[in-house]
Design a protein around this ligand. Structure first.
Ligand code: URA
Ligand code: SF4
Length: 215
């Protein structure tokens, strides 16, 4: 005979618990579950699941491709050379890691940093989707071709996607260069800077709209 399920067993969050104020706790619980994920073959070669870092209540979320060697070792996204440049880009926007959230399309490092494969992106999607649901940021910035193509589900080349607004579940999405690419092609930094300014402007506009609505 089936044991009846009590409400307590279901552990449904109360309305208060489920509100944005508790994003940090919801994110912590989700990251804890993801830490032991074996849903795709990358689980066999990774050192750690690199879930994401920063402020779960941030207005801006940056999404990269996948953890690299440094990230796999440390368990944090963008801590290698590309991450140092991302820090500088944030500083130029008057921000730092405590004011934004940073994550990747997939949570485990592909061997030799090869591109994530379709089955891996699909297997990791539930984590990605739940994470974005908790975040529900004002704007999203996709860094580089792989993140842009996977998240926006398109084969369009980066040059057709970059510097323009797209949409994901009603959220505005900007596509920009990956900082690792900017390290190789520093002459593109001025384009990247324009993308980041568009991002900041959009957040300001959305904030101004919210304030008007409150008046
Ligand atoms: N490159 C990425 O796309 N993500 C990281 O976390 C680090 C490097
Ligand atoms: Fe799980 Fe994603 Fe890591 Fe694959 S990449 S094992 S789906 S967390």
């Amino acid at each position: 005979m089936q044991t009846p399920v009590s409400l307590a067993d279901l552990a449904l969050p109360s309305a208060a618990e489920d509100c944005a104020g508790n994003a940090a706790e919801r994110m912590r619980r989700l990251a804890e579950k993801a830490a032991t994920c074996t849903a795709c073959k990358l689980a066999e070669t990774r050192t750690r699941v690199v879930f994401g870092s920063g402020n779960p209540e941030a207005d801006i979320v940056f999404i990269g491709e996948a953890p690299g060697r440094d990230e796999d070792a440390q368990g944090e996204p963008f801590v290698g050379k590309a991450g140092k440049l991302l820090d500088k880009m944030l500083a130029a926007m008057g921000l730092d890691r405590s004011r934004v959230y940073i994550m990747n399309t997939i949570k485990c490092r592909p061997p030799s940093n090869r591109d994530p494969e379709a089955d891996e992106v699909a297997a990791c999607h539930p984590w990605f989707a739940q994470q974005l649901d908790i975040l529900s940021p004002k704007v999203i910035c996709l860094l580089g071709r792989v993140a842009a193509q996977k998240v926006l589900q398109t084969d369009a080349p980066l040059k057709a996607l970059r510097g323009r607004w797209h949409e994901l579940n009603g959220m505005p999405v900007m596509v920009s260069y990956h900082p690792a690419y900017l390290l190789r092609s520093p002459q593109q930094k001025r384009h990247s800077w324009r993308d980041l300014q568009l991002l900041c402007q959009r957040v300001e506009q959305l904030e101004a709209g919210e304030q008007d609505a409150e008046l």
